[in-house]
Design a protein around this ligand. Structure first.
Ligand code: NDP
Length: 368
């Protein structure tokens, strides 16, 4: 029975707090050896009481990146959970890989921005990338090490967000308060807005492409409002496997930490008689253009996924700050994708440079 010695980058966020809950639940399998907070020193101090042996760092100062990298490469750790919102986790993730640590990745943005660099570095170092995003964790469970050539398609489920039934004419009037009311998941603000625009699913399509090594054309999306099936794999023989559980991030975090074992926990199991039904419907692709933008970014590749991700981060910030209306999030991303200079085979430095260019362009568009 292997005990994982875990560092959590972003311990004060929604994923970080769920991970701490898992650690309290299975102390014989998960030991917290390091935690980072950005601004929320109080939450970090509270967590430190439960995990007094963990090294704790604040990262909102000028040496924040060095501190993150120091924590990500902590000698006593063997698994680093990247749960920082946005792309600030990229450098520490690469440092952790280089130091021989396995990665548990919640921060989908880093795989969208630099999926090739991260997956290649992991393969070179011989470390594992364990998906924490519930959809990818579900696919990981369905695949169970099976060869990817036996897969026909990956089917990502999507709750549809709070505006699944909202007519397009009403999108202009959507406020941050409306967008932050997610029907099935309680999460950080950025991912909650991403779930409302469907950019969350868009990012996940590209994340899946890198985690599982499939062309994006084999990654599909289906709306499943109950968020009980977390994703599915259809194999070449026509059979489809699915992973089901309540919508609680404790499940995928628990699996990433205990993999490849199945370990009892105190998470609430499903009661099928009470669930009664599971529904599915096609996504409104014309009204929620994020999915087609992801298909374009994932098909063309190169720097385009990084551009999509960067523009979206800036547009979401502008929306939450009341500077732009809801539909302009899609507008800004589409325009930045069309206008930002493109490289087909970028190295990591070019990706980082293009990310900066896309952010500057998006910020300018947000002011118009
Ligand atoms: P939150 O906003 O709740 O938490 C973000 C965490 O990142 C906090 O610990 C915050 O610190 C820290 N942080 C913020 N900015 C920086 C920075 N510049 N440098 C270092 N640390 C920083 O986000 P979530 O937990 O919801 O999401 C985290 C990641 O996980 C995202 O990439 C998201 O897409 C992904 N994810 C989240 C899911 C969820 O259920 N929440 C589900 C699947 C994926 P502090 O609060 O101390 O300032």
């Amino acid at each position: 029975m292997r005990k994982r010695r875990v560092v959590i980058l972003g311990a004060t966020g929604s994923i970080g707090q769920s991970a701490l809950k898992v650690a309290r639940d299975i102390p014989e399998r998960m030991e917290i050896v390091g935690m980072s907070a950005h601004r929320n020193g109080d939450a970090l101090a509270a967590a430190a009481k439960d995990f007094p042996r963990a090294r704790c760092v604040r990262t909102d100062g000028p040496d924040g990146m060095d501190r993150l990298i120091g924590l990500a490469t902590l000698p006593g750790a063997d698994l680093v959970l990247v749960a920082i919102v946005g792309t600030a986790g990229l450098q520490p993730a690469l440092a952790a890989i280089e130091a021989g640590k396995d990665l548990a990745v919640a921060s989908k943005e880093i795989l969208v921005m630099a999926g090739e660099a991260v997956t290649q570095a992991a393969a070179k170092a011989g470390v594992r990338i364990l998906p924490v995003d519930s959809e990818h964790n579900a696919i990981f469970q369905c695949l169970e090490g099976r060869d990817i050539s036996t897969v026909k398609r990956l089917i990502l489920t999507c709750s549809g967000g709070p505006f699944r039934h909202t007519p397009r004419e009403e999108f202009e009037a959507i406020t941050p308060e409306h967008a932050l009311r997610h029907p099935t998941w309680r999460m950080g603000k950025k991912i909650t807005v991403d779930s409302a625009t469907l950019f969350n699913k868009a990012l996940e399509m590209i994340e899946a492409r890198w985690l599982f090594g499939l062309p994006i054309g084999q990654v599909e999306v289906i709306v499943h409002p109950q968020s009980i099936i977390h994703s599915m794999v259809e194999f070449v023989d026509g059979s489809t496997l699915a992973q089901l559980s309540h919508s609680d991030m404790g499940f995928p975090i628990h699996y990433a930490v205990t993999w490849p074992d199945r370990v009892p926990n105190s998470l609430r199991p499903l009661d099928f008689a009470q669930l009664a039904r599971l529904d599915f419907e096609a996504a409104r692709r014309d009204d929620f253009p994020a999915l087609d933008l992801a298909l374009e970014a994932g098909t063309r590749g190169g720097t385009l996924p990084a551009v999509m991700n960067a523009a979206n981060e800036i547009a979401v910030e502008a929306f939450l700050a009341g500077k732009i209306r809801f539909p302009k999030i899609w507008g800004i991303v589409a325009k930045v994708m069309a206008e930002c200079p493109h490289a087909d085979r970028p190295d990591l430095e070019q990706v980082i440079q293009t990310d900066g260019t896309a952010r500057a362009l998006a910020s300018r568009l947000a002011l118009e």
